[in-house]
Ligand binder design. Structure first.
Ligand code: ADP
Ligand code: ZN
Ligand code: ZN
Length: 757
């Protein structure tokens, strides 16, 4: 027998199948990781067995597999197939794709399995008789320690770890060994899984589903293998409960499930809900796990001890056998797109994995990606709507405040009169509020009030951020920091104002507005360590504060019944980006934040949510329609605009960036690349007929929006292609060009990057 092996080296030159003989005495299966001799020097290398075959071309020397790395196969057959697909679809090596499937710690054997020594009363002995033998004639113990240990173990009845025993009987080692020698107790080594520290959350069961929820669950369970469902449900409509019920069905049918949630909402609140329903069969995978914990969670899944995986994007690759369900919650979140190689989109890969394994895929959102909703309308996805909140709770009432007229009428505080008044009332009534801000730090950028001079980073072509705690201006791209100048370097004026606002400033003004207010702040500055996020949330949920101030982190998934007021301090932050998606993103964000308000209306009707959106652009479509909870109209208008201007999903963007210390070099490189890309694209498209070249809609080169970063000048080539059945061929032509391109500062080709900055 022979094994077809990919060597674990992410270099495209060796990214092909090598054939090795399997020695008689080795049991090598498809999916095993093995050690093989590789290259001239026969250096031992790790490799993945992707296939077995009976014969091979023996004209060449065939080397033999040295050994298997694990007794079990690390890769499932469906993961192997998925890796090969990813390599093609996203232009990476098969090795790169395979690495997605394994915890990094497994490779290179960096983490050892943790075994602990346990002992228990030996089987078949008479405990009373044995105990007697530990006593002297006069009834006193021959050895106090031995007797004590024996008593603990017989009382306990189950194996105990030696370290636990040591806690009862200090320095028990010798005594334990003596008892083993006498045959009274026996030792068993066994593997334990390092579970991430978790508090006991108890168990619950499903509430009675609403008719709409039941319909959703039925539609999913009656669907066919590989079907994709778009669960389009307003915030608080009970989508999570639908997932939980669909998972329950998957488990009952002997299968497993994967649930992806955005990293940012991978809060204990979310994961606890799954653990309460499914207990220890839930594995949680997120970036805060230690290397060992991650490895152990992966093995719990691989060995079938965990059947439900809840995690961020990469959990999509978890080794779940008999996968019956994949859920992507908040499917519109940009974090489902990988920014590093391979640059995959979780939803696309999930569609593929579902089709291959026969699992069903559920995409859930109150504000689906335009592309997903379009697919649902076209029938490629099955649309399931949950148009109402649970228990007939009304959607929050949203008011828009025009901050420009607020300023003109003499109010230059952060809070409009409207929001200030509502905040006071909310706190007086003992209710809770969330203030949302789309920014971090104390204020946006330093600006001279007299001449408008903006303080920019000398390394990067961006405005610096003012940080109050040390009175500095800082660049968020490169970390450059300076003390705030006393006078304007341009005009000498001392009126340097800090336009824009940050969470810290909101907190200060709030305390001025309501001196007795108790508030909590949650942003990347206040979150540190493993538990801080949970501490803040727990504390707020427990009612220890009236107001929670935060950035994006407070927007997602929080379900806190006491919250009746949400204030969006400044809605424009995400609006005026030079990005075609900023409208879509703003709509999603505002809808999410607004959805945090009034999730639990009381019997007497009080507690209805109110949202105040402060903005300088009250008539912007994204703001107006989010306030009206009108996704359908937003979708219609936005998708028509995209079609008219041929932006995605009707086209594909590709971008190549050059970063050089010398500006001319960067500019010239981009120009040369643009020429070659044009040639390559035209000839790739020409194959499909004369008109196909028209599908190249745009090809430009020039300075990137952030012209300078970390002292490097940045120039970019931007390509826009109409999305047709020829697009893949065109993209492949670009990739091939990029593979051949090996010049300084070339950052490669990105397809539909998350931003074009
Ligand atoms: P979504 O995920 O759509 O925002 P959730 O699933 O979080 O909605 O549900 C919102 C709230 O309603 C949660 O507190 C949840 O426990 C509760 N809930 C969901 N379904 C039901 C139901 N059938 N009966 C009672 N309460 C429910
Ligand atoms: Zn000035
Ligand atoms: Zn900088």
């Amino acid at each position: 027998m022979f094994a077809r092996i990919i060597i674990d080296i992410a270099n495209s030159n060796v990214d092909r199948l090598f054939t090795y003989r399997i020695p008689e005495e080795l049991d090598v299966k498809k999916g095993h990781r093995v050690i093989v001799p590789f290259g001239r020097g026969n250096k031992p290398q790790e490799g993945f067995v992707l296939d077995l075959c009976e014969e091979c071309d023996t004209r060449f020397e065939v080397k033999s597999v040295i050994r298997t790395l694990e007794p079990y196969t690390a890769l499932l057959p469906d993961q192997i197939e998925l890796s090969q697909w990813i390599a093609k679809a996203y232009h990476c090596t098969v090795c790169d794709a395979l690495r997605l499937m394994l915890p990094a710690q497994l490779r290179g054997s960096r983490v050892k399995e943790k075994t602990v020594r346990t002992v228990c009363i030996a089987e078949g002995i008479d405990a009373a008789e044995a105990r007697q033998k530990l006593l002297k004639k006069d009834g006193t113990p021959k050895s106090c320690k031995q007797l004590e240990l024996f008593d603990i173990l017989s009382k306990c009845g189950i194996p105990m770890t030696t370290s636990d025993l040591n806690a009862y009987v200090p320095s028990a080692g010798a005594a334990i060994n003596a008892l083993i020698g006498k045959g009274f107790i026996t030792e068993q080594g066994h593997i334990t899984f390092r579970r991430p520290l978790m508090k006991d959350v108890g168990r619950d069961s499903s509430p009675e589903l609403t008719a709409a929820q039941q319909n959703a669950v039925d539609t999913i369970s009656n669907g066919g293998a590989g079907d994709v469902f778009l669960l389009y449900g307003v915030t608080g409509s009970g989508k999570t409960e639908v997932y939980l019920n669909a998972i329950e069905i998957a488990i009952k049918n002997g299968g497993g499930a994967i649930v992806l949630v955005p990293e940012i909402s991978l809060t204990p609140q979310t994961t606890d809900r799954f653990r309460r329903r499914f207990g220890d069969t839930v594995a949680v995978m997120h970036s805060h796990l230690s290397a060992g914990e991650r490895y152990d969670e992966w093995r719990r899944i691989r060995f079938g001890k965990a059947r439900v995986v809840v995690g961020a994007r990469s959990a999509l690759f978890a080794p779940v056998e008999d996968l019956k369900l994949i859920v992507i919650d908040e499917e519109h979140e940009p974090s489902y797109r990988s920014e590093s190689r391979p640059e995959y989109s979780a939803d696309e890969v999930a569609v593929r994995r579902a089709r291959r394994t026969g699992a069903k895929l559920v995409l859930g959102s109150a504000t689906p990606q335009l592309i997903s909703f379009l697919r649902a309308k076209q029938g490629a996805y099955k649309l399931i709507a949950l148009p109402e909140r649970i228990n007939g709770i009304p959607m929050p009432q949203v008011e828009i405040v025009d901050m420009r007229s607020e300023f003109m009428s003499g109010n230059n505080s952060i809070f409009s009169l409207n929001l200030a008044q509502k905040l006071k009332k909310c706190v007086e009534n003992g209710e809770q509020a969330i203030l949302f801000l789309n920014r971090r730090g104390y204020s946006y950028h330093g600006e001279c009030r007299a001449c408008g001079h903006v303080f920019k980073c000398p390394n990067c072509d961006v405005a610096m951020t003012y940080h109050k705690f040390d009175d500095t201006l800082r660049c968020h791209y490169c970390g450059y920091a300076v003390r705030v100048p006393k006078v304007c370097p341009d005009c000498g004026s001392v009126y340097i104002k800090y336009s824009g606002i940050g969470t810290q400033q909101v907190e200060e003004q709030l305390k001025k507005l309501i001196p007795s207010v108790r508030c909590l702040r949650m942003d990347t500055d206040t979150i540190s360590g493993k538990t801080s996020h949970r501490d803040i949330l727990d504390s707020f949920t427990a009612g220890n504060a009236d107001v929670l101030i935060g950035t994006q982190m407070v927007a997602k998934g929080l379900d806190i019944p006491g919250v009746t007021l949400v204030g969006v301090v400044f809605a424009d932050a995400s609006l005026f980006h030079s990005d075609y998606r900023s409208g879509e993103r703003t709509f999603q964000l505002l809808t999410q934040v607004a959805g945090r308000a009034g999730r639990a209306v009381k019997q007497d009707g009080s507690g209805r949510g109110t949202v105040v959106i402060q903005t300088n652009a009250p008539n912007h479509r994204a703001v107006r329609l989010a306030a009206e909870h009108d996704y359908d109209t937003f979708f219609e208008q936005e998708i028509n605009d995209r079609l008219r201007t041929l932006f995605p999903p009707f086209s594909v963007f590709a971008r190549a960036v050059f970063e050089c210390a010398d500006e001319n070099t960067a500019a010239e490189s981009a120009e040369v690349f643009a020429d070659e890309a044009e040639k390559a694209l035209r000839s790739a498209l020409a194959v499909f007929g004369e008109n196909a070249e028209n599908e190249l809609l745009l090809l430009t080169h020039g300075a990137a929006p952030i012209r300078k970063r970390n002292n490097l000048y940045r120039y970019a080539v931007v390509v826009k292609l109409a999305r047709t059945k020829h697009t893949n061929a065109a993209v492949t032509a670009l990739w091939e060009l990029s593979d051949r391109y090996n010049i300084d500062g070339f950052k490669g080709v990105e397809i539909n990057p998350n931003d074009l900055l």
